[in-house]
Design a protein around this ligand. Sequence first.
Ligand code: GAR
Length: 214
Amino acid sequence: MTLRLAVLASGRGSNLQAILDAISAGTLDAHVVGVFSDRPDAAALQRVTESLRWSRRPKDFTDRTGFDAALADAVAACQPDWIVCAGYMRILGGAFVNRFPERILNIHPSLLPKYKGLHTHQRALDAGDTEHGASVHLVNAALDAGQVLAQARVPVLPGDNAEVLAARVLTIEHPLYLHVLQLLAIGRLRAQAGQLQMDGHPVYTPLSLESAHS
Ligand code: GAR
């Protein structure tokens, strides 16, 4: 099944680019049906043709609900199978999340449940962690708290600062996100009975990228 993906992004869009590259290379059976941003100047928007771009400034709406409703209407109009948050830095409100139940993914730069929210790399360094990584999870109305589907790890090395560590994590984010999307595209991973299942079994333990190709 060719997946219809609506991508939400606020920044540079390297995860989006990895998705676009995999589609072009024929390794991901998907279409990006729209790229949506809360920042009209986001570099991510430039990675797709103008007809696929949607952006609005939240401050142009009277409240968060209004922005989320406009975003949800625009996303729904594209009829996506999945909404893929790729560096989308705004919290999605409950009304948005409830409109697309079990249909929103996010990639977060930490080994959840550690370090929800911002500044994950600095917090891992401050805690003296020896490993760090990224998680792909379902989005629910609580911040970075939905079911974790897959994780990949990197070492924390002596001399790392937040920037260096973030760059190392980013190198595993791209294959991690692609792996989850590929599993969805080939139907091994699917939403059933309100939960994501892998090969018919609930995902109790996050898939790890290392075992991804077994
Ligand atoms: C990525 O590191 C992603 O994990 C993070 O933003 C970066 C986006 O990079 N997302 C979050 O922190 C979400 N809470 P990109 O724009 O190059 O894909």
